[in-house]
Design a protein around this ligand. Sequence first.
Ligand code: ZN
Length: 319
Amino acid sequence: MSKRLISGLHHVTALSSGAQENLDFYAGILGLKMVKKTINFDAPEVYHLYYGDRQGSPGTLMTFFPYPGIVKGRKGTGQLTVTSFSTAAGSLEYWMKRLDRFNVEYTTPQKRFEGEEFIYFEDGDGLGIEIVANEADSREGYYHGHIPGPHAIKGFYSVTLNEQRHDRTASFITGLLEHTLIAENNGRKRFSTNGKPGSLVDITGTESGSAGRQGSGTVHHVAFATENYDSQLEIRERLAAEGVHVTPVIDRQYFQSIYFREPGGVLFEVATIPPGMAVDEAPESLGEALMLPPWHEKHRAEIENNLEPVEFDIEKFRD
Ligand code: ZN
């Protein structure tokens, strides 16, 4: 088989309410690095905060549009309901203690597939999160020095799509998006392009479930990674040829994007790996300054004025 056009997950983007609470949860409690502080290019009055590993590598990027005071969403079908982060086997003990300290409730550890154990919890807006302890992930992960290296989050493990029907979404991602069914358990099907953590897409089906509603604590879209601009165009042509309504290529500064909906209703994106997070900031100072794309730069004063200032105080989060 020729090289696949999709190499795994690129990022997950969700809606939150307060920006400071969001920063405290993901950079503080979970210890991810804020690798980019920018704005929603389509709504410049709102931040776009990116968290990930040291370089902001594809497959580690959790991003948020914090809309202060936004209505709370409702979990349901046609949504990505759980984003799962990867950590080393044996690390759940550490994470449970840490979540206790910050008064985050979590489930008891559970097993789903061979070689993995997870806990489920939610961020302050109700977004569904898991930490999955496993031995399969060779990525180093990132910590600010306030999470011991061996327990650091390494990036995404998987995402879970909650659908009314498995079949349409399954054939869509195995067909046009080149995923393979790699495991199945208790109504859950797992798909991947390479079998590794950071590329796993689980589909669960709830035929009687009601549709989710977008709002804080829900995922806006999930992006898959593709090697370069040519491979993105190839995917775009393939989707269009099959009658999928796909956007033109859009410049997102750190990657180029196309968007389309899978048959169950979840918004998908295919994002290019280049140019990456260091295109406008030095790699060692990612996330420190408010970065604007060139076409918004002339409105910087006004944009900055509209945004609630946020600050990461690492002292509050040290072990
Ligand atoms: Zn995106």
